[in-house]
Design a protein around this ligand. Structure first.
Ligand code: BES
Ligand code: ZN
Ligand code: ZN
Length: 506
């Protein structure tokens, strides 16, 4: 799809298949009314039609309300009214993103839409954020994972449109924000594609190859290490998780050195498929486990975006990549393994594998990368989803400044998070009779906290935050701006965090 910018409707606007118009909602004398959010003059047949529709209250500008009007000019064209809800709502920016995503989802299903015009909404308070929300909404709404769809299905490429004309009275700002948004959106698409892909394709080797692609961006360096290096590093926990799989483990380090000091290390759980291991998952819990590398994928996307945006910060992504398979060589419940840190770990449950690979990756980051702070992202526990549902990620941190910075970033991105406690007294539940620690507590309660406490042991004193994205990183049915499948959460939050890092070091 190609984007163009116009500062007023050109003579061709009416030739395009659909004209998209945004409206907010106001209440006048207790009556809800749609308020046009565009300032351009429309030709009279269209302006008259809009007047009539608004007077009849056929469309009231409700959040995510859509209304299609067919007009004959002298050929048939469609006008799509998009409701953004109340301007006064705190969530207006998020609502705008959601409304445009819904409009695009709608248009994807319409026949004969090749070319559209879109009037940008106006709101003098926060133009940049509003424009960004529009472009993101359009990008999210248009995303579809079609890799395994053969040509003749409804959602194949043929119904997606080719060009979009943005009409705005501020072309310089709109095109600048669009340029940034398209960098971010292509990173997001790469994340969602990697997560949605078959686990037999998105193997540790394939994720390493996808990471290597980032070296095309000047300034990004990628190191891909194989199982021999992992053994030499004494990463006994990464090895243990990966030893049952035909696709052997990989360990990837991606570096962007846009500043010479103050290094932030991100670590992403990259379990390319989680069968649960010998503690095999039941039907109903395994079907989505190709998405158990969503943390690693989000970091590949983050590095892609930060490299293209050339942010003046030093960040490094560390990706332990393994498949948790069932096999004669699989680690067994009751086995004890030695971690890179030296702590011995009894495997109480082979399905608690994410914390094992993260533990070795964290120890590597702490001892070898001299990080100012570490942030890990992981589809770590079903318990976090039980606690917070499918839309909210769990945040844990041993440092209030980092936690608060991530909370701010989450408000900017519109990807909700909620902080849970690293409650020290639960740590004793991880005691083992045969090793220094166990990887599970033996009870289901407090599962997200217990997993975070396990990780904290391997972080030591380093400032650290942990995001448990088990719920929101993948949505079976889709919701809001997301279709079914991968969401790219928390990539946009981490990018907003990096934007803040570029200004102050927290
Ligand atoms: N990958 C899962 C967590 C998960 C669950 C991610 C649902 C996405 C959606 C993780 O490896 C796991 O299986 N955790 C166990 C831990 C338990 C054995 C202590 C869990 O959550 O049940
Ligand atoms: Zn598991
Ligand atoms: Zn897992």
């Amino acid at each position: 799809m190609k984007s163009y910018f116009l500062n007023r409707p050109d003579e061709k606007t009416l030739d395009r298949d659909v004209l998209i118009l945004p409206f907010a909602q106001t209440t006048i004398d207790g009556q809800k009314k749609a308020l046009p959010l565009f300032s351009i003059e429309l030709p009279s047949p269209i302006a008259d039609a809009i007047d009539l529709i608004l007077r009849n209250k056929a469309f009231q500008g409700d959040l995510e309300e859509l209304f299609v009007h067919h007009i004959h000019l002298p050929i048939d064209r469609r006008i799509l009214f998009v409701g953004l809800g109340s301007l006064e709502d705190d969530s207006f920016i998020d609502d705008t993103r959601a409304s445009f995503a819904k409009a695009m989802k709608f248009l994807k299903k319409e026949r004969n839409v090749r070319s559209v015009s879109l009037c940008m909404p106006k709101d003098s308070r926060n133009k940049n954020a509003l424009f960004q929300a529009v472009f993101e909404g359009v990008g999210f709404g248009l995303y579809a994972f079609r890799k395994y769809m053969t040509k003749n299905t409804l959602s194949s490429t043929e119904d997606l449109f080719e060009e979009i004309y943005y009409i705005t009275d501020d072309i310089p700002v709109a095109s600048e924000i669009e340029a940034r948004s398209s960098i971010v959106l292509s990173a997001i698409t790469s994340v969602r594609d990697l997560v949605n892909m078959n686990a037999c394709e998105a193997t540790p080797q394939a994720l390493a190859a996808a990471s290597l692609e980032l070296t095309k961006i000047p300034g990004i360096e990628v190191s891909c290490y194989d199982s021999t290096w992992i053994r030499n590093q004494k990463m006994g926990l990464v090895q243990a998780v990966g030893q049952g799989a035909a696709n052997t483990p990989m360990f990837v380090v991606i570096d962007w050195k846009g500043a010479t000091s103050d290094r932030t290390v991100f670590i992403g759980k990259g379990v390319t498929y989680d069968t649960g291991g010998l503690n095999i998952k039941p039907t109903g819990s395994m079907e989505t486990m190709r998405a158990d590398m969503a943390g690693a994928a989000a970091l590949i996307g983050l590095m892609n975006a930060v490299g293209h945006l050339k942010l003046p910060i030093w960040i490094t992504a560390v990706l332990p990549l393994v498949e948790n398979a069932v096999d004669a060589n699989s680690m067994r419940p009751g086995d004890v393994y030695v971690s890179r840190k030296g702590t011995t770990v009894e495997i109480g449950n082979t399905d608690a594998e994410g914390r094992l690979i993260l533990a070795d990756a964290m120890d590597y980051a702490v001892t070898d990368l001299n990080p100012a702070r570490i942030i890990d992202v992981a589809t770590l526990t079903g318990a976090s989803e039980v606690a917070l549902g499918t839309q909210i990620s769990a945040l844990f941190s041993n440092n209030n400044l980092i936690a608060e910075a991530i909370e701010r970033a989450s408000i900017v991105s519109g990807e909700p998070i909620h902080r849970l406690p690293l409650y020290k007294k639960y740590f004793s539940l991880l005691k083992s009779d045969f090793a220094d620690m166990k990887n599970v507590t033996g009870t289901r309660v407090g599962g997200a906290i217990n997993a975070a406490l396990f990780l904290e042991h391997f972080i030591g004193k380093t400032a650290w935050a942990h995001l448990d994205i088990a719920g929101p990183s993948y949505l079976k049915d889709g919701k809001g701006i997301y279709g079914p499948g991968a969401t790219s959460i928390p990539m946009r939050t981490l990018l907003a965090y990096c934007d803040e890092l570029a200004v102050r070091k927290i």
